[in-house]
Design a protein around this ligand. Structure first.
Ligand code: AMP
Length: 214
């Protein structure tokens, strides 16, 4: 499980973990954005919360994750990215994993200073085609709006604007940060310095994954 504030690098590191270990990537944010893009009833409900930087209700995301965990690609292992975000979600996850006879190997808390989080979120651009994530300040070659990986269109997420970002960080502090103690008390928590360059952060994460694989 990757735990961390919005902008900590969970999505970037999850993509690397998927490439390296062939794990299923379970990102509730991605699932919700796909529902929004498809205009489903779930998407319409979710959008009203997401646009304000609020959490989508627990009952909705818990149902999504339960279904996703049962898909075939999750059988050989998975990375949770952006879930759980509340203690209620964490309790539901624990029950569901028990029911499936699975357990978490590690909870990796990616820790980044607040000023860096704000800078990263407002500079983030995502490829509409391949989903790759870039930073328009650190990677000025992306300022033309074209994905360097696949040539697709880069866009700014609706919730990465300055106004929404501060609420997302407040919601994180209030609802999600308590999960750090929650998982520390279960002996699962590994803290990573997420202020470092992407490759260094990934090296730290690999160390945790390889040290905790069952
Ligand atoms: P993310 O891509 O993980 O930053 O998620 C984007 C938005 O989707 C969040 O700001 C929430 O509105 C919603 N969301 C994603 N994951 C969850 C979750 N586990 N619980 C509630 N809302 C979520």
């Amino acid at each position: 499980m990757l735990l961390g504030a919005p902008g900590a690098g969970k999505g970037t590191q999850a993509a690397r973990l998927v490439d390296t270990y062939g794990l299923a990537h379970i990102s509730t944010g991605d699932i919700l954005r796909a529902a929004v893009a498809a205009g489903t009833p779930l998407g319409l409900t979710a959008k009203s919360y997401m646009d304000k930087g609020e959490l989508v209700p627990d009952i909705v995301v818990i149902g999504l994750v339960k279904a996703r965990l049962q898909e075939p690609d999750a059988a050989a292992g998975f990375i949770l990215d952006g879930f759980p975000r509340t203690v209620t979600q964490a309790d539901a996850l624990s029950k569901e994993l028990d029911a499936l006879g699975k357990q978490l190997d590690a909870v990796i808390s990616i820790e980044v200073d607040r000023t860096a989080l704000i800078d990263r979120l407002t500079a983030r651009r995502t490829c509409r085609q391949c989903g790759a994530i870039f930073n328009v300040i650190a990677q000025p070659e992306t300022a033309n709006g074209v994905c360097p990986a696949c040539g697709g269109e880069l866009f700014q997420r609706d919730d990465d604007t300055v106004e929404t970002v501060s609420n997302r960080l407040a919601v994180y502090e209030r609802s999600t940060a308590p999960l750090i103690d929650y998982y520390a008390s279960k002996g699962l928590l590994k803290r990573i310095d997420g202020n470092r360059p992407v490759d260094d952060v990934f090296a730290q994460i690999r160390g945790v994954v390889e040290g905790s694989a069952r």
